[in-house]
Each structure stands twice: as C-alpha cells, then as structure tokens.
Design a protein around this ligand. Structure first.
Ligand code: NCD
Length: 302
C-alpha cells in the first residue's frame, strides 16, 4: 500500500518522481492533452477536519480531471457531532471501501493512524504543524519552473516556523534537493530544532533577506498557539511583514511565494503580494492541480 504521509519518509529520487510527473501534467494541462480516464471508476474520499480553500478544491479538481469521483465528507454534518469517536468514524468509512483517502487533521500524525487501518492509499493534506507534503511539492514545482532548478537556490522562509506544517515540509524537501535554506522569525516562533543542521536562522529581515532567490512568507498559525505569542498583528507586520520597500532594499532580485491563506498587512503587504513581476503566489495555487494529479496518478492509478 502506497501512502503520502510526509516529506520525511521520501528520498530525493521519490521527490523527483513526483515533481517530474507534476511537470508533465502541468504541460499536459496547458495543451488540454492528458489521459482523462486515468482514474475512471475510482472513488476518493476527502476527510477534511480543518478548513481549506486551496488544498481541498485543488485535490477535487485534480481527481475530476483524471476521471475519479470525489466525496467531500464534512465533519460538521457527520455522526462525530452525535458522539461517535474518530476511530469508529474511520472504520465506518473504510468499510465502504474507498479507493483513496485525502485528509487534513489538527492532530499530529492523524493520517498515519488512518493509513494503518484504511486498506487504501492515504494522502496527507496537512496534519497539525507536522507535514503538508503536497504543498511542499507544489512549491518546489513552482520554483523549478521559474529557475529551472532547486539545487543551489537560496530560499528564505519568514514567519511562524514553529507552528507551520508548510515550513516543516518545505524545509525538508528543499534541504533534500540541495537548496540553501534560511528561516527568519521572532524567537518565540522559531523552533528549538530544525530538521537539518545547515538551515540558517535569522531574527530580522535585514539580516536574513540578502542573497535570497526566493522569499516565502507564512501566516501566523494562531490556532496552534496555546497563548498569544506576539504582541499584536501590527507589531508583527512592522518587524516581519514583507513589503516592497524591504524587498527592494534587501532582496531586489528575489521572487515572493506564500502558500496562503494570505493575511494581508500581517505577513505580507499588498504591494509585494500583487507585484506581477515578482509574486508567484497565484502560480503556486495553479500548480496545486498538476501536483495533486501527479500524486493521485502515482498512488491511486492502477
Ligand atoms: C496552509 C495550511 O493549511 O497548512 N495552507 C495551505 O494549505 N495552502 C497554510 C496555512 O494555513 O497558513
């Protein structure tokens, strides 16, 4: 049984296999020419226990572009609200024999628990602050399309590194593919330990931005903070919010990325988010489709 639970369990060759397939779907989508029957007859169950715009919609579009049927199960209208527990819910749904499960959950490692009893491939659409592997893959596809490579790129990630599963998956993927990775965060949002020793840590934009090819901003993950760790959104923006002025001053040649949701004027200012020459943010969103088509093709296709 093949699952995609995290970048932590993939080696460089496996990451490249997903990226190569994603690139071929990206080209195929632009020509309108791909196997639209690839997953015909498959039923994919979406179990999203946390809200989502991009990930949920692009998984659904990817599945439908490949001919699969999708069921968007909703925890708020399910028997969980009548007192059924998580494991009984999973066992119930698994008894209906879906062909794959795509899930998002607030608990660390929840997709792994489901994979152990699902009887079908499980794809992690984000668990706690642990991993969001398809986001890291689509970010890598976006960088590769823009620069022609990942190896040797200087990628700087700014924001709530401690609570962000996007940061966690990206730090691992980019390190495994040979990028030079930096993080910039206030001390309270910097994890004690990063997954690779050569990731450089900075506590100010002025110190961390110079030399960047890619600057990625991240949302403050307030839902995962057990207390208010930052004084205010305005104070955070003042020190760590990315603006056109800071980009022009410290990283004039860099492109900007953000996995979304964009919380404007907290993690990123309008002027740089909308800069048509430097913002790859909507390209990232678009790349969610070929990336997730690739993942479904590899894991769910016969
Ligand atoms: C992120 C997520 O949910 O992990 N969004 C996404 O999937 N594009 C990031 C976030 O919520 O900040």
């Amino acid at each position: 049984m093949k699952h995609l639970l995290g970048i932590d369990e993939l080696d460089k060759a496996q990451i490249m296999a997903f990226l190569d397939k994603a690139q071929s779907y990206s080209e195929a989508l632009s020509k309108g020419d791909w196997d639209k029957e690839r997953l015909r007859g498959k039923i994919i169950l979406h179990l999203f226990f946390e809200h989502s715009t991009r990930t949920l919609t692009s998984f659904e579009m990817a599945a439908k572009r490949l001919g699969a049927d999708v069921i968007n199960w909703n925890p708020e209208t399910s028997s969980l609200t009548k007192g059924e527990n998580f494991i009984d819910t999973i066992d119930t749904l698994k008894s209906m024999i879906p062909d794959a499960i795509v899930m998002r959950h607030a608990d660390y490692g929840a997709p792994k628990t489901v994979a152990a009893r699902s009887g079908c491939p499980v794809i992690n659409g984000g668990d706690s602050w642990r991993e969001h592997p398809t986001q890291a893959l689509l970010d890598a596809l976006t960088m590769k399309q823009h620069f022609g490579k990942i190896e040797g790129l200087n990628v700087t990630i700014i924001g709530d590194i401690a609570h962000s599963r996007v940061a966690s998956s990206n730090l691992q993927l980019l390190s495994k593919l040979g990028a030079n990775v930096r993080v910039i965060a206030p001390a309270v949002l910097m994890p004690q330990k990063l997954p690779f020793e050569n990731i450089e840590k900075f506590e100010s934009l002025a110190d961390g931005l110079p030399g960047s090819d890619v600057v990625m901003t991240l949302r403050l993950q307030k839902e995962r903070m057990d207390r208010a760790l930052i004084e205010s959104d305005a104070a955070y923006f003042n020190e760590f919010g990315l603006t056109l002025e800071m980009m022009d001053k410290f990283a004039p040649k860099a492109v900007v990325m953000d996995p979304g949701p964009l919380v404007r004027n907290v993690q990123i200012a309008d002027d740089i988010a909308e800069d048509p020459t430097r913002s790859l943010i909507l390209k990232q969103v678009a790349n969610g489709i070929p990336t997730r088509m690739a993942v479904l093709d590899i894991l769910v296709g016969d």
